[in-house]
Design a protein around this ligand. Structure first.
Ligand code: ZN
Length: 364
């Protein structure tokens, strides 16, 4: 016997879009309908403010502090995200094969970017394919085929020779690699903290930049003009002062640079948003950061000066459209989160979902 009602009735305020609000929806056979089902006997009702399942557009499942983790740990990571209301993850690079999650209707949906592609000894050990520029096109093609429509590069990292952040890829190779990814139907994103890699990557046709702390008044218009998105991961950027302190003795220039990027992080995000750069919510969970921080990241975007309804869209309606996944549409898989209050009025309600519904089942 299933403990799940045959029909779920969500009542209250259904936020189909920021300005498209309905009073109720039904879930039949795991899918959303706005037509009251006829003759249903076993109906369970959930009351509150419903949003489409939240998107964490920068999250790593199957990754721990020193690289790949066992499947049971990856499962816990995914369940922690689910509890927080994250039902769609763009995995921004994982050395683990997490395909088995696709067969689990009780775990969040994942859009993978394959494994990170980094320059030799220019990233956290155990995370990435570490290669040289001559091999970039081949590795990007390989990860484009392995992933779900995204490829992840590490665009800049500490350069031990200069003692500062520095770009990892020459323009010609990165342009050829992005062209190849696009030919294979994949979009490309890159980890970038610093200023100096951004122009080349955008001019080479990149689709998105992760962190993007190095945006300046020179590069922001370029991003806006080309519609290149950013995922600021402010809950991760908050750790820059600790990283800087840890690296101070050996790499003082790098340390000072990280502190400067941290100090202006809110101004950077606000300036990008004001210029029309698409901004999305990503927590950078996995690796060193905990899972389940999506509400905190939305709150950080609001702190940076993004209007609450736009910060919500960056994890809900807008993020789903950007990733090509449905929201609360007729016939769509019923992935939604129900809250006690209006999240447009105060995004802090996201921190405590009343009910989480995934593939039509109440899972939290
Ligand atoms: Zn990451």
């Amino acid at each position: 016997m299933s403990d799940q009602a045959a029909v779920l009735h969500v009542k209250g305020r259904v936020l189909v879009g920021p300005d498209d609000i309905r009073d109720e929806l039904w879930i039949v056979g795991g899918r959303i309908t706005y037509e009251r089902p006829q003759g249903a006997r076993d109906i369970r009702t959930v009351n509150g403010w419903a949003l489409p399942g939240l998107v964490d557009a920068h999250c790593h499942v199957g990754l721990g502090p020193s690289g790949p983790v066992a499947d049971d740990i990856a499962e816990k990571q995914a369940l922690t995200d689910r509890e927080a209301g994250t039902l769609l993850i763009r995995d921004a690079g994982s050395p683990s094969d997490t395909r088995w999650i696709d067969d689990r209707a009780d775990l969040p949906k994942i859009i993978r970017a394959g494994r990170h592609i980094a320059r030799t000894r220019r990233y956290i050990r155990g995370f990435a394919h570490e290669i040289e520029p001559d091999d970039l096109v081949a590795y990007v093609a390989q990860e484009a085929r392995r992933g779900d429509g995204w490829v992840k590069l590490v665009g800049d990292w500490l350069n031990r020779e200069t003692g500062d952040l520095g770009a990892c890829w020459p323009r010609a190779e990165v342009e050829a690699a992005i062209t190849e990814a696009h030919r294979l139907g994949a979009r490309v994103t890159a980890h970038c903290f610093a200023e100096d890699s951004l122009r080349d990557l955008v001019e080479a046709g990149i689709d998105c930049i992760e962190h993007a702390t190095g945006l300046t008044e020179d590069t922001i218009p370029l991003f806006a003009e080309r519609g290149v998105a950013i995922v600021p991961t402010l809950v991760n950027i908050a750790t820059f002062p600790q990283l800087a302190a840890g690296g101070e003795a050996k790499f003082p220039r790098w340390s000072a640079h990280m502190r400067r990027l941290h100090e202006r992080r809110y101004d950077t995000v606000r300036a990008a948003y004001d210029a029309g750069v698409p901004v999305f919510v990503g927590t950078d969970a996995g690796g060193t950061l905990a899972h389940g921080l999506v509400a905190g990241e939305v709150a950080e975007l609001v702190t940076a000066g993004i209007p609450p309804v736009e910060a919500l869209s960056a994890t809900a309606w807008g993020a789903r459209a950007w990733l090509g996944r449905p929201g609360l549409d007729e016939g769509a898989p019923a992935d939604l989160v129900v809250y006690e209050g209006d999240p447009r009025a105060d995004v802090r309600v996201l921190a405590a979902p009343r009910r989480v519904v995934l593939n039509g089942k109440v899972v939290g």
